[in-house]
Design a protein around this ligand. Structure first.
Ligand SMILES: [Zn+2]
Length: 263
């Protein structure tokens, strides 16, 4: 079984004592590749150190997270884009980017502006876009419709946990996958029904969002990449197929989206 954890923050301080063990356990669980979304300027160094220590396993992305937008975002974006301009840059995606209106609607318009600039990078540098959306489904669909108008974008709507109607709207972006993580294993989650009803398995990639969102039976604990196996097993249950088939299909989906991670 070969699994790809398409969204994991194991370069973070939560893992500074034992990241080597975390990666050993991931390999034991069948996780061959781990994709690392960037958050802000400060996370680039720890993310790149991990990627250099584990080539062919850990792969970096480049982007500014909506919750990390500060007054200096113009300069931050300039610096990030200068990294993508290098012909030999190591980044496999623009991410994670998006809209987060959960805590407040702070920087409501700025979040949209920052998202659209980074969606432009995805087109310009031919990279997938890894999108975080929280309490902003409607706004994101509208932004994506205008961003997708002329050129087609590809990517992932990470940590999807919405309704059937929302899933359908996102799947209309034909080159986008839904990133499914620990939420699908939670007891009261409606997500299994939504997936069964409207989401074909060939539109799913799996992820942990470590250290957050640990799946059952690890719920409430620090999440780590190896736990994504519990997500694969739950999907096998939902789609009535073997875990190894789910692993194979979602791995193909991931590599067709993150084409630079094939090697
Ligand atoms: Zn994330």
């Amino acid at each position: 079984m070969t699994i790809i954890d398409t969204h994991s923050h194991i370069y973070g301080p939560e893992f500074s004592d034992d990241v080597a063990d975390v990666i050993v356990r991931a390999k034991e669980a069948g996780v061959e590749k781990i994709f690392l979304p960037n958050i802000n300027l400060g996370t680039i160094v720890p993310m790149m150190e991990l990627c250099q220590a584990y080539p062919g396993c850990c792969y970096p992305m480049m982007g500014l997270h909506p919750e990390d937008i500060g007054d200096d975002w113009h300069e931050v974006l300039d610096e990030m884009e200068s990294l993508l301009k290098d012909r030999n840059h190591p980044y496999i995606a623009v991410g994670e980017v998006g809209l987060d209106y959960y805590w407040s609607q702070e920087r409501y318009e700025e979040q949209k502006e920052v998202f659209m600039i980074q969606a432009g990078w995805a087109k310009r540098y031919d990279l997938p876009l890894v999108i975080h959306t929280r309490n902003a489904h409607r706004e994101m669909v509208e932004l994506m419709r205008s961003a997708s108008e002329e050129e087609s974008l590809r990517g992932v709507f990470h940590c999807f946990s919405g309704s059937s109607e929302e899933a359908r709207e996102l799947l209309d972006f034909g080159q986008f996958m839904l990133g499914i993580g620990g939420v699908v294993t939670f007891k009261k989650s409606q997500l299994p029904d939504v997936l069964r009803d409207v989401v074909p398995i060939n539109r799913i990639v799996v992820e942990t969002d470590a250290p957050y969102m640990a799946p059952v039976p690890y719920r409430g604990k620090r999440n780590e990449s190896g736990f994504v196996k519990a997500v694969v097993e739950k999907l096998a249950d939902i789609y009535g197929m073997s875990a190894s088939s789910v692993a194979e299909i979602t791995t193909n989906n991931a590599l067709n989206t993150f084409t630079r991670a094939r090697k």
